[in-house]
Design a protein around this ligand. Structure first.
Ligand code: PLP
Length: 386
């Protein structure tokens, strides 16, 4: 395991929320770094004191968007021109599903380990356009499961990079290769991917990658981003349009869409939040070190899986191909009750009703001692419940 106690201490010092709690729910919302909130507040103060409508204010807004897109692009190893800022993962997914053209009888493939952020946009495609949603069960071989669902009518594969429920990291490169052989684009839900595992959208080959700011990137809520592979833009006609989406328009409603992914920019945005997201990513890159963070997340996840699995009555659902999410059941203790018992000891995890389990998120800032505390608390919950 990546041991550098002083570095870990410095990192933890920058995250006030992890001082008081055993913070194991980054999969829902990560802890905020002081640096991000400082920058966010400075941005709000600048708006308060200098106003939002001056030439300087406009330059500040432009700078915030450009810099945050650049930082997201660096994170994804993408070009900043292929990034649009969004309000959350789900919005980015909807941008794509509602921009593609659909015919009744078209098919979309997803999996049995998806979040509502994928399932509901696909459900809407079924209701609105008569698109069939086919579900690949990832029980044994994800690639084969997806291959079995492909047909001549498949128009999109929409899946997680990392499953929110099982914690499995999907074999995305292989899935994309298979999909592209059939001419099918792939939309990745990166809610549990970005900031938790290395992402290289070019190497993965994905067509669309939607991510949140508030989870593993430790950014403010109401922030996110969407990557779109340039070659796919010709297939995308956004359902939401505004002055931000077009190069020009007239009073008769004629318009020319931006040639780039900017066509998904609609209207005004929350500049302080965007500035805060940029500051969080910058902090992760410069102060934490992304490789260090990925390595710690993976190692702590492995340690937690191993230790929990050794407790009698615990079933770990997360497979080996995982990062920091660890889902498990404790025999005889309802997931919601286990969450409550642990919360009473300052250990914050969540339940996942779909799998009747609980999920601990291991962040780069968590410690081995905290893992031990979790393990002891779970073991004690078992004893106390019998
Ligand atoms: C895999 C997955 N997709 C989508 C979401 C929704 O994220 P957001 O609130 O950013 O839309 C979540 C978490 O809430 C998630 O875990």
């Amino acid at each position: 395991m990546s041991q550098d106690p002083e570095h870990l201490l410095r990192v933890r010092h920058a995250l006030p929320a992890v001082q008081k709690l055993v913070y194991m729910n980054t999969g829902t919302a990560g802890p905020l770094p002081v640096a991000a909130i400082k920058v966010l507040q400075e941005s709000q103060l600048a708006e308060l004191i200098h106003g939002r409508i001056s030439r300087e204010a406009n330059l500040r807004k432009l700078k915030a968007k450009v810099e945050t897109k650049k930082l997201v692009a660096e994170l994804l190893k993408a070009d900043a021109d292929d990034i649009v800022l969004t309000q959350n993962t789900t919005e980015g997914i909807n941008f794509i599903t509602t921009a593609l053209k659909w015919q009744p009888g078209d098919e979309v493939i997803t999996t049995n380990v998806e979040h509502a952020g994928v399932l509901l946009p696909l459900g809407a495609l079924h209701q609105r356009h008569g698109v069939w949603v086919k579900v690949a069960r990832l029980d044994s071989n994800p690639l084969e499961a997806i291959r079995e669902q492909i047909s001549s009518r498949t128009k999109l594969i929409a899946i997680s990079h990392v499953s929110y429920s099982t914690g499995e990291v999907l074999p995305v490169e292989d899935i994309v290769e298979l999909a592209h052989r059939h001419g099918i684009p792939v939309l990745l839900d990166g809610a549990q991917g970005a900031g938790a595992v290395p992402v290289d959208v070019v190497q993965l080959g994905v067509d669309f990658y939607s991510l949140p700011g508030q989870k593993w990137l430790c950014g403010p809520e109401g922030t996110g981003a969407l990557y779109v592979r340039r070659e796919r833009l010709k297939d995308l006609s956004p359902s939401f349009l505004g002055y931000g989406s077009v190069e020009e328009f007239d009073q008769d409603g004629n318009f020319r869409l931006h040639r780039s992914v900017r066509r998904f920019e609609v209207g005004s945005v929350n500049i302080p939040a965007i500035t805060g997201l940029g500051a969080s990513i910058h902090w992760l890159q410069q102060e934490v070190g992304l490789d260090w963070a990925y390595d710690r997340i993976r190692s702590l996840g492995q340690l937690t899986r191993r230790e929990l699995a050794a407790i009698p009555g615990v079933t770990v659902l997360t497979p080996d191909r995982a990062a920091g999410l660890v889902s498990f059941r404790l025999e005889g203790v309802r997931p919601e009750l286990l969450v409550e018992i642990l919360a009473g000891q300052g250990i914050i995890i969540r339940s996942i009703s779909e799998l009747a389990c609980v999920r601990a998120s291991l962040g780069f800032f968590n410690t081995e001692e905290e893992v031990e505390k979790l393990v002891r608390a779970v073991a004690a919950a078992k004893i106390n419940s019998v």
